[in-house]
Design a protein around this ligand. Structure first.
Ligand SMILES: Cc1ncc(COP(=O)(O)O)c(C=O)c1O
Length: 429
């Protein structure tokens, strides 16, 4: 049943929150669209989703770890038969805190770590814990200092208008490369701002907020006694899909989130939060209500790698070079297939799985561009979905598309060739 049919069936029978959650979002419609386009077609070029690549050397490690669990007396059964505490598996929490203490000297212990059933859920919990109307009815918003930002946040507020977003500054690095920066002049923090959130590296752009920008955001958070949420789903130390030298940062004003998904374990649905103890206690309470406990398969597979430190080597020597080679290859194809005389630009890809293509002055909107590409069996994500929470419309939002470059080479190559052709047609129309 699609979202429209569901709406017709359930209209008037749900709460306001139910209506917000159950009637779908723009991105759900798009995902349905992608799902339908995917079914039964071998010739499809799937550059649309956010799935990480299957890296054989990494998949082999998860198989080895599962074998080890099967062979250690009692380990496999213990993993499946026991509920963990709502904050996570004690061995995993200890191993994670010890690894971050060792690698970055962060002053944290297991009391600073919570596990959730995916980092998607961690953000839902954090945003609704911090944002939404206060007990006195005054609004509390999450400030996104730089959009485009991760589409997965857009519909997570249980109450409307959770996000207040700001446009970035744009610098051209060369004719066909650009970069977004936080525009601190626009970041006046009003009484209604309850938290700041940034993904680093950023989905969809591959931008990495610089150390200086991050410290600027953190200074604002500290000054206003609000938390800075740093979403590190692609960052260091794991999965480390990061092609620039920046330092991970944490102190008591930061809520730092991680995920096991881009380590090649999206099926394990495991998110991690590192924060000051009161935040962790609050999340554990909330997790008990929402989930009772977490799935523990991902934690069981990854704990030994945290304890031995192998997670660092896998991320640094296998995952990062794998994606870096894919990024370099994809960029080389854009130079080959995109007409250099056209005013397109690609965001400097400093991390994550995506090329963010900006077609300046595109005569058709990004939705129409997406539709034309879909007709040619190439799936991307129209950029406008990533620009939510802004006060005023911005033409730039309709000139961009997101391209996932992590799929097998023939798929990405042919996809980019067709994007190049359609871009030329679009500018000619
Ligand atoms: C920036 C960002 N944060 C969070 C998530 C959610 O990851 P998961 O729920 O798989 O842990 C994603 C997924 O693609 C993401 O891109």
């Amino acid at each position: 049943m699609n979202a429209a049919e569901r709406r017709a069936h359930l209209q008037g029978r749900l709460s306001a929150i139910g209506e917000k959650l159950a009637f779908g979002s723009g991105i759900e419609e798009l995902m349905d669209d992608l799902g339908q386009a995917m079914s039964g077609s071998a010739s499809l070029h799937m550059l649309g989703g956010g799935n990480p690549a299957a890296i054989p050397a990494v998949q082999a490690i998860w198989r080895e770890e599962m074998q080890a669990l099967l062979h250690q007396p009692g380990a496999f059964d213990r993993m499946l038969v026991n509920y963990d505490s709502p904050r996570g598996n004690p061995r995993f929490l200890t191993a994670l805190a010890a690894r971050f203490r060792h690698e970055f000297n962060w002053p944290i212990g297991p009391e600073n770590v919570a596990v959730t059933n995916s980092s998607q859920l961690a953000h839902f919990m954090l945003f609704n814990l911090i944002g939404g109307p206060a007990a006195d009815g005054l609004p509390r918003k999450i400030l996104l200092p730089l959009v485009p930002e991760y589409i997965g946040y857009a519909d997570q507020g249980l109450t409307p208008d959770l996000f207040a977003a700001r446009r970035p500054l744009i610098t051209m690095l060369d004719d066909h490369t650009f970069k977004y920066h936080v525009d601190f002049h626009q970041l006046a923090i009003g009484k209604d701002v309850a938290g700041i959130c940034v993904s680093r590296p950023t989905n969809p752009t591959g931008n990495v907020v610089s150390d200086t920008e991050l410290l600027g955001l953190k200074a604002l958070a500290t000054e206003h006694r609000i938390p800075l949420i740093i979403d590190n789903a692609y960052g260091a130390p794991f999965p480390n899909i990061l092609f620039t030298d920046v330092a991970p940062y944490w102190d008591e004003d930061v809520i730092f989130t991680l995920s096991l998904s881009k380590l090649g374990l999206p099926g394990a649905r495991t998110g991690i939060v590192i924060a000051a103890e009161p935040w962790i206690d609050a999340l554990a309470s909330m997790n008990a209500v929402l989930s009772l406990a977490n799935g523990n398969v991902g934690q069981a597979l990854v704990a030994p790698l945290l304890e031995s430190g192998r997670i660092m080597q896998v991320s640094r020597d296998i995952i990062r070079p794998f994606y870096q080679a894919k990024r370099d290859q994809a960029l080389a194809w854009t130079r080959e297939y995109f007409d250099a005389s056209l005013p397109y630009a690609i965001h400097e890809c400093e991390g994550a799985l995506f090329l963010w293509l900006w077609c300046r002055g595109l005569p058709i909107g990004c939705r129409e561009f997406y539709e034309r590409l879909k007709r040619r069996r190439v799936l991307v994500v129209p950029g406008s979905y990533f620009f939510y929470g802004l006060e005023a419309p911005w033409p730039h939002a309709h000139e961009c598309i997101r391209i996932n470059y992590s799929q097998p080479e023939p798929v990405v190559r042919e996809g980019l060739r067709i994007i190049g052709e359609e871009m030329r047609r679009a500018y000619a129309s």
